[in-house]
Design a protein around this ligand. Structure first.
Ligand code: ARG
Length: 585
């Protein structure tokens, strides 16, 4: 279904053509003077030069041809050459009725759908999930939902950090504690125990302990380094221990992400890219792209015209260890083979932008990723505390994601209980839903690249530009609809009578425009801003218009049809952002 502005542009373009000007001047946009009109066309100003006429003369000629056009209630030519357009009430009703009955509200769809891999989440196995991973999960999930809604085939890949030094640290610390375990006996040829030698909570204690030890104990650090290398070279006992770590940690991650309503299609990790590394390096060497420099294997990625320094990609260190870049390049080899995507999008902390620039260049130069496959990096900013510094616990440590979620849920729980609208046995579930909206909307209302301040009181407020406010709007509509004695879903949209009614319709009609922009820019923030705009339009309408007590039955039905559509669009938008609304709050 075409967008409303496209539909209007078509009429205005035809009028330009009839008046003897090029049709392309008839492009219409939303008005930036909503006090004067709802739509405007600035084409007469552009046409003036070629036509050697004053813009106002052209605007008048076009306006004249649009008089009597049933789509418009009013068409004015205004100095110096604007066309100010007001839509006829019937045109709103017609468009919204189509929207109401079309699948996915007839919104913009990608005309050539793509296959996209989105790399997001990126947690590190056996290390606690922290706030840095929260943003990737929230933004990535929303971008995935937006892309999918617009028709793309999207593969969400969590890309676990499951192959790094943390594994060597855990192995070494476990060895120090339990040297008798068969994992450490190089001569052991039997089957390793099916049960892990530690519980999840022990594992969570082992990593920080080992990490701290490695900072003060050089021998320990060296041993952890060696253990990592041996693991990566395939030492049997270490692989078995690694598998235990993976099983425990992944089960826990799945629970955490389910809690966040974030889901991945594939759970690949850096370890899955390992088999691709050796052949890839051979190929790069054979092509003369990877060269030995100071005992390390590197690939130059600097290009002529670079304005900033572009260090080479280090693929293998002098001690034989491969690096982050090696793993990301090999992952691209794997993704091209498994998925042949049209696009790979990375949702990662913007402080990693240099890394991705190097890796993208290496991928292009080597042909690992062909030109037709787009590589994009969506770098996000830091979540800061109210002191403007990176978010920390009260003790100054790194805040764990679970703690943050339970803190905000408790905070909301208290409010829900105070409000006394939700029955006691529902408060907990309701608080969880609202907390998720507070957390996710608090993040997504910002452009991804910006840093933002996490302010629980502000994010969880029921008024203002917050997630709970949006939910509250939806809940209020649900409450009205539940008191209407009829089926709201069979009622057609009718021409608006009052100004608030018309403004709400105008806001609804903009869903498609905003969706297209959000898709183009990978910007959930566009959907967030639209949600706030639409909620605002609804709330004005709600304050001005008596809905259920409207005596005229037909008018009442018109209001109900309109607010039901509003509810559906609002719910669609919050779903695109990754949260949902409760029944009551
Ligand atoms: N595990 C990494 C981290 O915690 C993020 C991974 C991002 N994705 C990637 N393909 N490098 O920083």
């Amino acid at each position: 279904m075409d967008r409303l502005v496209e539909r209007i542009s078509e009429k205005v373009s035809a009028a330009f053509a009839q008046a003897g000007y090029a049709a392309e001047y008839g492009d219409v946009s939303f008005s930036n003077r909503p006090d004067l009109c709802e739509f405007q066309c600035n084409g007469a100003m552009k046409a003036a030069k070629a036509a050697r006429q004053a813009p106002i003369v052209i605007a008048q000629a076009v306006a004249e041809r649009l008089q009597g056009e049933s789509m418009f209630a009013q068409v004015d030519a205004a100095a110096p050459g604007f066309l100010n357009l007001k839509l006829a009430p019937e045109a709103y009703a017609e468009y919204l009725e189509q929207m109401r009955t079309a699948p996915r509200f007839g919104a913009w769809e990608n005309p050539s759908p793509k296959k996209v891999v989105i790399d997001y989440g990126g947690p590190n196995v056996a290390k606690p999930l922290h706030i840095g991973h929260l943003r990737s999960a929230i933004i990535g999930e929303s971008v995935k939902r937006i892309d999918r809604f617009c028709g793309d085939t999207v593969i969400g890949d969590i890309h676990l950090g499951d192959w790094g030094l943390q594994m060597g640290l855990i192995i070494t610390e476990t060895r120090a504690r339990h040297p008798e375990l068969p994992y450490f006996d190089p001569d052991f040829t039997g089957e390793y125990p099916a049960e892990p030698p530690f519980t999840l909570s022990e594992l969570e204690e082992i990593y920080p302990a080992a990490s701290a030890k490695s900072k003060v104990d050089e021998a320990f650090a060296a041993a952890a380094h060696d253990a990592t290398f041996e693991l990566q070279s395939g030492r049997r006992g270490y692989r078995a221990l690694w598998q235990h770590i993976m099983n425990l940690s992944i089960a826990d991650l799945k629970k955490n992400y389910a809690n966040l309503d974030v889901s991945f299609d594939v759970w690949y990790g850096e370890s899955d890219a390992q088999p691709y590394i050796a052949p890839m390096l051979e190929d790069l060497k054979a092509k003369g792209l990877a060269t030995v420099s100071e005992d390390a294997l590197v690939m130059e990625v600097a290009e002529e015209g670079d304005t900033k320094e572009m260090p080479p990609c280090i693929l293998v260190k002098s001690d034989g260890a491969t690096l982050y870049a090696t793993s990301d390049l090999a992952t691209m080899v794997q993704r091209m083979k498994d998925f042949q995507p049209d696009r790979i999008l990375y949702v990662v902390d913007k402080r990693q932008s240099l890394h991705f620039e190097q890796v993208f260049r290496a991928a292009r130069k080597s042909g690992i990723v062909p030109e037709q496959t787009e590589l994009s990096f969506l770098g996000f900013g830091t979540m800061n505390g109210t002191d403007g510094k990176p978010f920390k616990t009260r003790e100054g440590g790194v805040m764990r994601l679970e703690t943050l979620i339970s803190d905000i849920t408790d905070f909301v729980h208290e409010k829900v209980r105070e409000n006394q609208i939700v029955s006691e046995d529902e408060t907990e579930a309701t608080a969880k839903i609202i907390a998720m909206a507070a957390l996710k909307y608090g993040d997504l209302q910002n452009q991804p690249g910006k840093d933002y301040i996490f302010d629980m009181g502000k994010f969880a407020a029921f008024e203002g530009n917050t997630g709970p406010y949006l939910l509250y709007t939806i809940v209020r509509i649900k409450s009205i609809l539940s008191r209407y004695d009829g089926d709201p879903d069979v009622l057609p949209i009718q021409p608006p009578v009052g100004p608030e009614e018309k403004d709400l319709m105008l806001a609804l009609s903009r869903f498609s425009d905003n969706l297209a922009l959000a898709y183009r820019d990978n910007a959930p923030s566009t959907i967030a801003a639209y949600l706030y705009e639409l909620s605002g339009a609804y709330n004005k309408f709600y304050h001005e218009v008596k809905i259920l007590t409207e005596p005229d039955e037909n008018r009442r039905a018109a209001y109900i049809a309109l607010i039901r559509l509003t509810q559906r669009v609002l719910e669609q938008c919050i779903d695109l952002l990754g949260f949902s609304a409760p029944e009551r709050m």
